[in-house]
Design a protein around this ligand. Structure first.
Ligand SMILES: [Zn+2]
Length: 260
């Protein structure tokens, strides 16, 4: 939505102030990540664009950040008469994602790489974050499979990511989604590929599905184990009792044999 920002600029060493039309004011704080209506504090305009200082209104934040606007292209301007388009904000405090204990125990490396990829994404480093999310997914799937099938460790390690999904993952949604991006099977060697927003979103959907799959599989296994454990214990107790009685019987028999 087009909005007005009052900005200062300089002509022949004299300061001026004027309203400028911008395409939007961001609705989130790059520092505390809350949804906000930022408080305007100051703006400066020069040939490179417009820089506007905002304050986060959240009580526990109240920090300042700068929103950068680029001059609009001719088409953009004729359409909406907007003079400046929002491009980014700084500084950014990266939001770290905390994974469940299950995921953190199975693949600490996945958690680390995923968060590094996220930093790259938030800093708009598309190529690095794409490769990072892909690597994170590979660690997650392979670490989980090795955790479950320790004797197939070497085979899993040497298999391609897509190969692992096809052979070992029994969730049909993950299998179906993993087939969509052709590049998933091609490894890091696909050096000429450009990462688009859709690729990134597809990849993140596959990661979400995989995290959910591993969590529900692990939970199901835990419940089954807890269900079976008391039964096993009961059986063991019964067996011990039987053994004791057998032993007693044997001793009695031996004693009576001796008496005779
Ligand atoms: Zn804030």
């Amino acid at each position: 939505m087009t909005t007005i920002i009052k900005a200062e600029y300089e002509i022949d060493l004299a300061l001026h102030r004027k309203d400028f039309k911008v395409n939007k004011i961001q609705d989130f704080c790059p520092l505390c990540h809350s949804t906000i209506k930022p408080i305007y504090r100051y703006a400066w305009m020069d040939s490179r664009g417009l820089q506007a200082v905002f304050e986060c209104p959240k009580e526990n934040c109240q920090k300042l950040f700068i929103a950068y606007y680029r001059p609009s292209t001719q088409d953009e301007r004729s359409e909406l008469e907007t003079e400046y388009y929002y491009s980014s904000s700084e500084p950014i405090r990266v939001k770290k994602l905390d994974f469940s204990e299950t995921i953190a125990n199975i693949s600490p490396q996945f958690c680390e790489i995923y968060n590094e990829a996220q930093i790259a994404e938030q800093r708009r480093l598309k190529n690095i974050c794409g490769a990072g999310f892909r690597r994170a997914l590979e660690f997650l799937i392979k670490d989980y499979l090795i955790h479950e099938k320790k004797d197939e460790k070497e085979e899993i390690e040497n298999k391609s990511l897509l190969g692992c999904i096809e052979q070992y993952v029994d969730d049909p949604r993950i299998k179906e989604c993993a087939k969509m991006p052709a590049w998933l099977s091609e490894g890091e060697s696909h050096y000429y590929r450009e990462w688009g927003d859709k690729d990134l979103n597809d990849l993140k959907v596959i990661i979400d599905l995989t995290v959910n799959w591993i969590e529900s599989e692990s939970l199901a296994k835990k419940i089954i184990k807890e269900e079976l454990e008391p039964k096993k214990r009961k059986k063991r107790k019964k067996r011990k009792k039987e053994e004791k009685e057998e032993q007693k019987e044997k001793e009695k028999k031996e004693e009576s044999d001796q008496d005779n």
